[in-house]
Design a protein around this ligand. Structure first.
Ligand code: ATP
Length: 252
C-alpha cells in the first residue's frame, strides 16, 4: 500500500454481497485509524440506503445528494462525529442517486478531492452489489478493501465484483478482510478458496489484511448506535480492528 505521505489515502470498503459488515467495519476502522492522530473522513457511498450516520447516531442536515444538486461547498455537509473523524453523509431512499451519470461522477470526484485535502485518510463505504456507484467508487479510490464472510454466497458476490473491476477497470490489487470469522482455520480456508478462483481465472492473488471474529459486541453496539471500539474496548472485534488499523497505518 505504499503511497505519497502528503496525499490522503483513499480506501474503498466494498463487498458485492450486502449485510457482511461493511458499515460496521468502516465506522470502527475509521475510529481506530483516527486514534493514531490521523484525520479521517468517512464518505457514505451508499447513495440509496445510507447508514453510516445511523451507526454513529448523527443528525444529518445536508447529504451528498444535496451538494451534488446544489453545487454548494461540500464542507457544509461534513459532520464531525469525533474531533478527528468527519462524515460526509449519503442519501437514503433516492433511487436515481444509485446510478451516477458522467457529469455527477466528475462533480463528485471534484468534491471529494476538495474535502479530502484536509484529511490523512478517506474511507468510502459503498453500497452492496455491482451498481454504477459501487464500480465508480472502487475505481476512484487508491485501494479497495473487500469485506467477506465465510458464507459461499459472500465469496461468489465478491468474486463477481472483483472480476468486473479487473476486466473493465484494470484494477489488479485487492485487499481482503474476513468478517464473522469463527477461528483462524475458517478465515484461512475462505481466503484460500477465493484465491484459488481468482488465481485460476484472473491470474490474481488477493492480499489478506486480517480477520474480524464473529462477536456479539458488534451486534449490541449496532443496536445501541455506539461504535464497538468505544462501547467494548476489550472485545475480540475491537482488538482485531485495532490490529488492522495498525497494519494499514504502518504500510503507508
Ligand atoms: N463481526 C461481527 N460479529 C457479529 N455481528 C456482526 C459482525 N459484523 C457485522 N455484524 C452485524 O451484521 C449486521 C450487518 O452489518 P452491516 O450493516 O455493517 O453490514 P453491511 O455490509 O454494511 O450491510 P449493507 O450492505 O446492507 O449496507 C449488523 O447487524 C451487524 O451488527
Amino acid at each position: 500500500m505504499a503511497t505519497n505521505k502528503k496525499q490522503p489515502l483513499t480506501l474503498c470498503v466494498t463487498s458485492g454481497k450486502g449485510g457482511v459488515g461493511k458499515t460496521s467495519f468502516t465506522v470502527n476502522f475509521a475510529l481506530a485509524l483516527s486514534r493514531n492522530d490521523s484525520r479521517v473522513l468517512v464518505i457514505d457511498g451508499d447513495m440509496g440506503l445510507a447508514n453510516v450516520d445511523v451507526l454513529l447516531r448523527l443528525s444529518v442536515k445536508t447529504n451528498v445528494r444535496d451538494i451534488l444538486e446544489s453545487g454548494a461547498d461540500p464542507r457544509q455537509a461534513l459532520i464531525f462525529a469525533r474531533p478527528n473523524l468527519a462524515v460526509l453523509p449519503g442519501s437514503s431512499g433516492v433511487p436515481e442517486m444509485v446510478s451516477l451519470g458522467t457529469q455527477q461522477q466528475e462533480r463528485l470526484a471534484g468534491f471529494i478531492r476538495q474535502v479530502a485535502a484536509d484529511f490523512d485518510y478517506v474511507i468510502i463505504d459503498t453500497a452492496a452489489g455491482i451498481g454504477e456507484s459501487v464500480l465508480w467508487y472502487n475505481q476512484f479510490a487508491d485501494h479497495n478493501i473487500f469485506i467477506l464472510s465465510p458464507d459461499p454466497t459472500s465469496m461468489t458476490d465478491a468474486y463477481a465484483l472483483i472480476k468486473l473491476l479487473c476486466r473493465d477497470y484494470g484494477i489488479n490489487h485487492f485487499n481482503l478482510v474476513l468478517n464473522f470469522v469463527r477461528g483462524l482455520r475458517e478465515g484461512n480456508h475462505t481466503v484460500d478458496t477465493i484465491n484459488r478462483v481468482t488465481q485460476r481465472f484472473l491470474k490474481l492473488k488477493l492480499a489478506h489484511l486480517g480477520n474480524i471474529p464473529e462477536d456479539k459486541a458488534v451486534r449490541r453496539a449496532v443496536l445501541d448506535q455506539v461504535p464497538f471500539v468505544e462501547q467494548t474496548p476489550g472485545s475480540k472485534a475491537t482488538r482485531a480492528i485495532h490490529d488492522l488499523a495498525q497494519r494499514v497505518h504502518s504500510l503507508i
